[in-house]
Design a binder for this molecule. Sequence first.
Ligand code: SAM
Length: 325
Amino acid sequence: MLIDSFNRVHDYLRISLTDTCNLRCTYCDPADFEEHHFSRTRMTAEEIDTIAGLFVQQGIKKIRITGGEPLIRKDAKEIVRRLAKYPVTLALTTNGVFVHEHIDTFKEVGLRSVNVSLDSLKKETFLAIAKRNEFERVYANIRLLLQENFHVKVNMVVMNGVNTNEICDFIEWTKDAPVHIRFIEFMPFPGNRWDEEKVFSYVQILGAIAERYSFEKLPDDKNDTSKKYHVPGHHGTFAVISTMTEPFCSTCNRLRLTTDGKMRNCLFSKTETDLLTPLRNGMDILPLIKQCVYDKFEMLGGNTTQFWAIEETTSHRRSMMGIGG
Ligand code: SAM
């Protein structure tokens, strides 16, 4: 088992297939995309399979495929198939643009849980945030997933003054559709134009919803990062991910693997462990994996101050796109 020095058992691995994306969401993308340092090295499908297999042997029970945009990778289907053979719950986070091209593979291998990012239900606002005119394709693909009975969570990054006026429109969507909306507090990453004024907190989100709906708390699972609710009578649910105002480190069970094969024990980690180079050199990487887990800090990657005030001094401070969200 992968246990850290605070006795947290880690059974959830997030694997990033790429650090690039076909959208340019303002909150995710480094300010100057062209200057973004893309990884020159990338794990092959076989290397992802090998490393994932080692993690599974150590008790990983859930693997999420993410990115950048995982579905832009030419061998995405092969990777999905390879990971599906492990006795894990396999899930995917995507911007939704290419879901229709992959949905048959998901069905074939039993990948039933898909998180899709969608920050606005208005075409113009979507374009202003994502810088690409893909609203219709994303929305159609979410409906396709729902029609095909996938478990669909829609991730909406809430930014004050940008899309806060749509919070209740997303709640209205849950009335007839079995869709699970997750409102995410806006987090800072190098170059993502984060500003404290743009954070719309968990409490503010619930306040905005309470103006139009009465809602109830749903029980959260042990390792949930979100706080779940529903409006009685609605088919879908909603949740808030309060990383900024109420972090949830004490129950964290997550580990991350970047596309260039670096292991991170926290989203906000200032260090990372290279697994790919030693693997390519024929070394046993299991001791490195165990050490990385053991070294995990109690909170927020060891950032002792408010973590958004941290200087972006080390090369390991990657953008969200570079880490794998
Ligand atoms: N391309 C995929 C997608 O669009 O979902 C997967 C990668 S994306 C980095 C994963 C998740 O991170 C998305 O739901 C996105 O909204 C979220 N995210 C990215 N930057 C964020 C930020 N600054 N604050 C909060 N959430 C963020």
